[in-house]
Structures are given as structure tokens and as C-alpha cells.
Design a protein around this ligand. Structure first.
Ligand code: PLP
Length: 422
């Protein structure tokens, strides 16, 4: 049937069927979490009395924007947080994370990353790379990190030693551009408890990117003080056009809002233009879209496992983020894979992605993203930094059936170039 529209090798189709059959119980688990989270979101909309008036955006200062205020309430309710700051004004996830860090840290304070080196784009924010550019380090914020142990796990004993005197303990839930395992909510809870046992007042901040709605609970439910993410990933449901969020303790959200806008004004300003409806609707769709992305991810992991590649995580593992990493082994395969993903996309399917120096990254990156929203990685997309271990990081897929076609096109592209045999 598929072959009616896309030119996929017969042997690949057979292998694909076999790979998909193996995903059955994973898919069932994903559907179960999805149903739970859809109910949770629907209940939050109902509790906060979301109404059509909330979709009409404001202009100018944006005073008394009930839509903006209600969206914050719905988000806080969904995340089981005291408060939330959900804004299209966050230009990216990195911006939201930066606002949170600058919002709560002061000169002389110590920030400790408990999950090794943070995501690439934060290196300059913290001051691990670059100088004299207004990074946290420039403002006198001290930085320390606890490296992951040999098996990529958080080193709890070392965490307890290093977190003494920390103002912020920072945890990245997702693997990012690494092959370490992503952190489950249960694991995050254990780390939170370890931090609290030595430094009860530390602000525990979670980079929640790619994690929202993958499990039934969020890190705020196991003691995290702040969680942060991007609206062009999971919680925007592929409908939000831009933006980010910070959710957590009310006093900290106020400080973050002072950093996003101005001290004293905080959450009370910021017009929503025409962005309220897509943010509301995106949140409503998010659990379902995340489930489709997860199924796409599981299918890809199963297929590439069949093809003999090393994949992270395994297709049958319990998930806590939507990322799949496949160790393809060399630059040619990375490029062919990404070209195929692009070909199997609904937008810009006719262009070929090329490696480039993406802002914030320190090696060339090839990115396939034939997406409705530029760079939206809740839509099927693949990124591969051209460096060891030559792995591609794959995420998104608004619908499973089209996501699956994208994966098959990526595989076909490798076949066409003679980089793969079936
Ligand atoms: C995507 C992501 C970010 C933020 O990236 P942006 O591209 O700025 O939205 C931060 N941390 C992790 C782990 C991410 O996956």
C-alpha cells in the first residue's frame, strides 16, 4: 500500500513489518500513558474554565490579558506546580532555561549540574565556553558539575558531596546529544531526595525538554522546584508556533518573570498577539502528539535494531523522553539518513539538508526538519553533529503513519547510496 506512494524496497518493507510487530507491547504502554495524560489535560482545561474569550490575544502592554493568565493556570495545573510562565516571548528552550538561571542566581551563588555537561547551547549561557559576553560566569556565578558515571548514570554519592552550598542544582532529564540514558521521573525523585538530604534549600531546576507527557507524572511531582521546556517540542503539541515555559514554585516563577520582562512588572505585562489559541490548543493536543512521536521513535529503534545498528534506548524500554539515538558509524550514513528524513517530510521535501555551523553548537550539525514550524522538533526531525560517535538523534512525528514513512525514507536513502544491505 505504502509502495503506491513511496518507492520503498520490498525487503525493507518486509523487515519493517517484522520490526513493527515487535513494537506491539510498547505501543500499548504508550497509548495507556497517552489516555491518562489526555484526561489530565482535559480536566485542567475544565477546572480553569477555559473559554473562547481566552483565545483573543492582546496588543501593546498586554495588561489584563485573561487568556495569558488562564494559560499559566492551566499549565500549572497540568504540571502540578504552584505557578507557571508560558509565553510566546521565549524564543527557544535555551532562552527559557537562560531566563530561569539568570532569574534565580546572583553573584557569588553556585550552580551545580548533576547530569554532567549540560546541553550544548547552555555552555555559553553558563560560561563554560566564551568570555566577556554576559554569561552567568561573567556575573560571578560559580559553576561546578558532577560527571555521569561509566554507565551514564547520575553519581548519587558525588552529588551529595558536590551540592553542598549550591544555590541551584541542575538536572537534564533528556539525553540531549549524548548516548547516556534519559532520567525517569522515579530517578529524578531519587536525585531530588539526595540533594535535599544535604542542601535542603537548593533550588532544584530541571531541563524538561522532550520529556513532557512521556510519563504520567512530571518532575514537579517528585520535588523539583522549577521545570523548563520549549513549546516547539512536546508541550506545544506541534501547534504552538513558538515559545517556552517555566513551571514550579510561585516565588521563583515571579523572579523568572522579572528576568523575562522587568523587575516589578513580571507576569503582568506581555501581549499575546495571536498566539494564545495555538498555545492552548497545542497543550490540549500535546499528550496525543507525544504518543505519536513516541511510537515513531519506537518503530525506528526496532527497525534499526533489526538492521544491526546500536540504538539508544532499546525499542522495548520504558520511555521518559521522545529521543532515539542511532549509532550509524560514519558521516556518509548520517547525511544519507538525514536526507531521507527530509524527503519523507510534508514540508520542504525537495531540499537536501547540509551540515552547517549552527549557532550555539561547537561542531557542524546536519539537521533534517521538513516541519510546519521552523525547527520544531516535535515534528519528525533528525539532528546529527558530525563528530564521534557519528550518531543521529531522532525525534518527533505528529502522526505515527507519516512518521513511519519518514523513517522508511531515511532507510531507503541509505540503501540507495549503497550504505546498507538487506
Ligand atoms: C532542545 C533542548 C534544549 C533547548 O534547545 P532549543 O533548541 O533552544 O529549544 C535544551 N536542553 C535539551 C536537553 C534539549 O533537548
Amino acid at each position: 500500500m505504502l509502495n503506491h506512494f513511496f518507492n520503498i524496497d520490498q525487503n525493507l518493507m518486509q523487515l519493517s513489518q517484522k520490526a513493527e510487530e515487535k513494537c506491539k507491547s510498547s505501543f500499548e504502554r504508550i497509548e495507556e500513558v497517552c489516555a491518562y495524560n489526555e484526561a489530565k489535560v482535559l480536566a485542567a482545561f475544565s477546572k480553569c474554565k477555559v473559554s473562547e474569550v481566552h483565545f483573543k490575544g492582546s496588543t501593546g502592554y498586554g495588561y489584563d490579558d485573561f487568556g495569558r493568565e488562564t494559560l499559566d493556570k492551566v499549565f500549572a495545573e497540568v504540571m502540578r506546580a504552584e505557578d507557571a510562565l508560558v509565553r510566546h516571548n521565549f524564543v527557544s528552550g535555551t532562552h527559557a532555561l537562560s531566563v530561569a538561571l539568570f532569574g534565580v542566581l546572583r553573584s557569588g551563588d553556585k550552580l551545580v549540574s548533576l547530569t554532567g555537561k549540560p546541553y550544548d547551547t547552555l555552555e555559553e549561557v553558563i560560561g563554560i565556553r566564551g568570555e566577556g559576553n554576559g554569561s552567568l560566569k561573567d556575573f560571578g556565578v560559580l559553576y561546578d558539575q558532577v560527571d555521569l558515571n561509566q554507565s551514564g548514570q547520575v553519581d548519587i554519592e558525588q552529588v551529595k558531596k558536590s551540592v553542598t552550598g549550591a544555590k541551584v542544582a541542575y538536572i537534564q532529564r533528556s539525553r540531549g546529544y549524548s548516548l547516556r540514558p534519559s532520567l525517569t521521573i522515579k530517578k529524578i525523585g531519587e536525585i531530588v531526595n539526595a540533594v535535599r538530604s544535604v542542601e535542603p534549600n537548593a533550588i532544584i531546576m530541571i531541563d524538561n525538554c522532550y520529556g513532557e507527557f512521556v510519563e504520567k507524572a512530571e518532575p514537579t511531582q517528585v520535588g523539583a522546584d522549577l521545570i523548563i521546556g520549549s513549546l516547539i517540542k512536546n508541550p506545544g503539541g506541534a501547534i504552538a508556533e513558538t515559545g517556552g515555559y517555566i513551571a514550579g514554585r510561585k516565588d521563583l516563577i515571579t523572579l523568572c518573570s522579572y528576568r523575562l520582562t522587568c523587575v516589578g512588572m513580571g507576569k503582568e505585562v506581555g501581549c499575546t498577539l495571536n498566539q494564545s489559541k495555538p498555545m492552548f490548543m497545542g497543550l490540549f493536543m500535546a499528550p496525543s502528539v507525544v504518543a505519536n512521536a513516541l511510537k515513531t521513535s519506537v518503530f525506528a529503534l526496532s527497525l534499526f535494531d533489526e538492521l544491526g545498528f546500536e540504538v539508544f534506548p532499546r525499542y522495548d524500554e520504558t520511555r521518559t523522553d521522545i529521543i532515539a539515538a542511532i549509532k550509524l558509524g560514519d558521516a556518509q550514513k548520517l547525511v544519507a539518513f538525514c536526507e531521507g528524513i527530509q524527503k519523507g517530510s510534508p514540508v520542504d521535501s525537495f531540499v537536501a539538508p547540509e551540515p552547517w555551523d549552527m549557532p550555539g553548537y561547537d561542531s557542524k550539525v546536519i539537521m533534517a526538519a521538513g516541519t510546519f514550524t521552523m525547527g520544531a522538533s516535535i515534528e519528525l526531525s533528525a539532528d546529527a553533529p558530525l563528530r564521534e560517535p557519528y550518531a543521529v538523534w531522532l525525534q518527533g512525528g505528529i502522526t505515527y503513519n507519516t512518521g513511519k514513512i519518514g523513517i522508511l525514507c531515511a532507510t531507503q536513502s541509505m540503501l540507495d547510496k549503497g550504505l546498507l544491505k538487506i
